[in-house]
Ligand binder design. Structure first.
Ligand SMILES: Nc1ncnc2c1ncn2[C@@H]1O[C@H](COP(=O)(O)OP(=O)(O)OP(=O)(O)O)[C@@H](O)[C@H]1O
Ligand SMILES: [Mg+2]
Length: 253
C-alpha cells in the first residue's frame, strides 16, 4: 500500500513546483499506472515514494510506514526500478545482485533461486559474470528488474520500466506485474506507453505540471470525458485542456 497526502516538491533554483499538492492511495493487489507528459513530475513523485527525495511538504507512507520518519523500514518494503539504469559500471552483474541481496538481507538460497528465476526468464543468466559496464541498456534494465525483485517486496515501484526492453522482455515484465498484483502486492509504474496503461492498469492517474488531472479506472476516464476514443486521445484532451485552462481543470479526482 502506498499513500501520498498533499505532497509537494520544488527543486532548488526552480520557480515552479515539480510536484504540487499530490495525493493518491494505491492498495494491495493493485496495478496503478502513472501517466503524464515529459516534465509532469512522475519521476520526482517516484523518488519521493522511494525515499530518494524528501518532499517539501506533505506525507508519503508505505504499508502505513512514514517514509520520512522511518526510511529504512519503508525502503525494506519497496522494490525500485529507476528510469536510469546507469549503475556501478565496474561491478560484475552477479556482484551487484549480491550487494542488493546483502542490503535487503536476503538469504543465499532464496537469492540464488530468485536470481535464477528472473535472470533466466530475461535471458541474462549467462551474462551475470560480466561487468555491468559491458551490458546493453536493455540488459541493464533487466538486471535492475531482477535486483528489485530479490527481496520479494510488498511494493514494486517502476519508473518507465518498458523503455529499452525488447518485446519479449516487455511481455514478461507485464506478466510479472500481473502475477504480483494477483498475489496481493502493490505495483506502481510510470509510462508513456498508452497501450501498456490501457491493458495493464486497474487504476491510473494522469499528472500534468505536478498535479493530478485525472485519477480512476480507464472506464471512469472514458466516461468522465464523454468520449469513447483511445486512451491516447483522452490523455491528450486532459493534458491540453489543463494547459489551456489553468484556473478550472477538467479534473475528475
Ligand atoms: N534534478 C533536478 N533539478 C531541477 N529540476 C528538476 C530536476 N529533476 C526534474 N526537474 C524538473 O522537475 C519537473 C518534473 O520532472 P520529472 O523528472 O519529475 O518529470 P517526469 O514526469 O518524470 O518526465 P519524463 O516523462 O520526461 O520522465 C520538470 O520541470 C523538470 O525540469
Ligand atoms: Mg521521468
Amino acid at each position: 500500500m502506498i499513500e501520498l497526502k498533499g505532497v509537494s516538491k520544488t527543486y532548488a533554483r526552480s520557480a515552479v513546483k515539480a510536484v504540487d499538492g499530490l495525493s493518491l492511495s494505491i492498495g494491495d493487489g493493485e496495478i496503478f499506472g502513472f501517466l503524464g507528459p515529459n516534465g509532469a513530475g512522475k519521476t520526482t513523485t517516484i523518488k519521493m515514494i522511494t525515499g530518494v527525495l524528501r518532499p517539501d511538504s506533505g506525507n508519503v507512507s508505505v504499508d502505513g510506514i512514514d517514509v520520512a520518519a522511518d526510511p529504512i523500514e519503508a525502503k525494506r518494503r519497496i522494490g525500485y526500478v529507476t528510469d536510469n539504469p546507469e549503475l556501478f559500471a565496474r561491478l560484475k552483474a552477479a556482484e551487484y545482485l549480491n550487494f542488493v541481496g546483502d542490503v535487503y538481507g536476503v538469504d543465499t538460497r532464496t537469492r540464488q533461486a530468485r536470481v535464477s528465476e528472473y535472470a533466466s526468464l530475461f535471458g541474462i543468466k549467462d551474462a551475470l559474470g560480466g561487468s555491468i559496464g559491458s551490458f546493453s541498456h536493455g540488459m541493464k534494465q533487466k538486471l535492475l528488474v531482477t535486483a528489485s525483485l530479490l527481496p520479494d517486496p510488498q511494493n514494486w515501484v517502476l519508473d518507465e520500466p518498458m523503455v529499452g526492453l525488447d518485446p519479449k522482455a516487455s511481455f514478461d515484465l507485464k506478466e510479472i506485474m500481473r502475477a504480483r498484483a494477483a498475489a496481493g502486492r502493490t505495483v506502481f509504474f510510470s509510462t508513456h506507453v498508452m497501450e501498456v496503461a490501457e491493458r495493464l492498469c486497474d487504476r491510473l492517474a494522469i499528472v500534468n505540471k505536478g498535479r493530478i488531472v485525472f485519477m480512476g479506472t480507464l472506464a471512469e476516464l472514458k466516461r468522465g470525458q464523454g468520449a469513447d476514443g483511445s486512451l491516447e486521445s483522452l490523455f491528450l484532451e486532459l493534458v491540453d485542456g489543463e494547459a489551456a485552462n489553468e484556473a478550472s481543470p477538467k479534473a475528475v479526482v
